[in-house]
Design a protein around this ligand. Sequence first.
Ligand code: MTE
Ligand code: MO
Length: 319
Amino acid sequence: MDNKYKSVPVTSSEITPYSQYLSRRDFLKAAGIVTGSALLAACAPKATATAIPAGEAPAASGKMDELGDPANSFEDITNYNNFYEFSTNKESVNPLSQEFKTNPWTVEVYGMVNNPKTYGIEDLLSGFTQEERIYRLRCVEAWSMVIPWTGFPLANLLKEVEPTSDAKYVRFETVYRPEEMPGQESSFFYPWPYQEGLRLDEAMNDLTLLATGLYGQSLPNPNGAPIRLVVPWKYGFKSIKAIVKIDLVSEMPTSLWMNAAPNEYGFYSNVNPDVDHPRWSQKRERRIGELRRRLTLPFNGYADQVASLYTGMDLRRNF
Ligand SMILES: Nc1nc2c(c(=O)[nH]1)N[C@H]1C(S)=C(S)[C@@H](COP(=O)(O)O)O[C@H]1N2
Ligand SMILES: [Mo]
């Protein structure tokens, strides 16, 4: 497959060091052009000379996705999170997840495979070439971000364990640790642990990433440390965090969201501006840091790489 995301091994010189990124950000702040405040200024009655029209604000980090969209700031990416194990409030996930223990950590890969194996997080970091992938993340709630992940294709791990010919789907599970994750103390609304699934060909697609970091740092706790899935053409809830189990199965797995609200969340959940959520439109999205809502793209803009996975399927029904 023609791949825009060449497997470029990440070397430390290629990643903007966090200190440099911070100092650039401080510079932008000093110049009064950090996105949030610039946008506020732009809609205030007395817009100042430094106000920058939405969409033209310079990227704080200089990092961009393949459409030229600037990456969101480290601050936005780590302070506006969906991680219901900690809180349903996006701003509370960061403070509540600070003490979460991500070391030691193991990921068990099992089920319909020839070589089942339990990997320590250090094996996953050293055994697979880590690369940077700058992806758009589109939440089903109609907001989005651009995130510079580091990690490795899930396919590389699956090739090592060798799925058998009976394996048709991959089931993922988040750690269950109610003593550290306050949201897991009650199962009244959500049947913990968080689970997600992919069809095997979706899991093997080159875009599908196991992320172990962002902005060249190890993965921050609010983003699903120490390892999480990233499936950029699907709604964000498919990108399960803090993974401890990867299970190869023959039947379509049931995700936490399919269990909790089957009329609202299906298995495929490909980003699709033409299929509204039962309670809101999916036509547009709010890119965090931008003033105006932008049009949502089919498959979140990755159609040329993944649309062929769904040939013959009725995409008006996103389940
Ligand atoms: N275990 C777990 N994974 C999860 C979630 C969650 O609540 N728990 N939220 C999902 C949702 S709805 C989104 S939009 C993304 C958000 O990822 P981010 O916080 O890194 O931007 O994580 C997904 N993965
Ligand atoms: Mo989401």
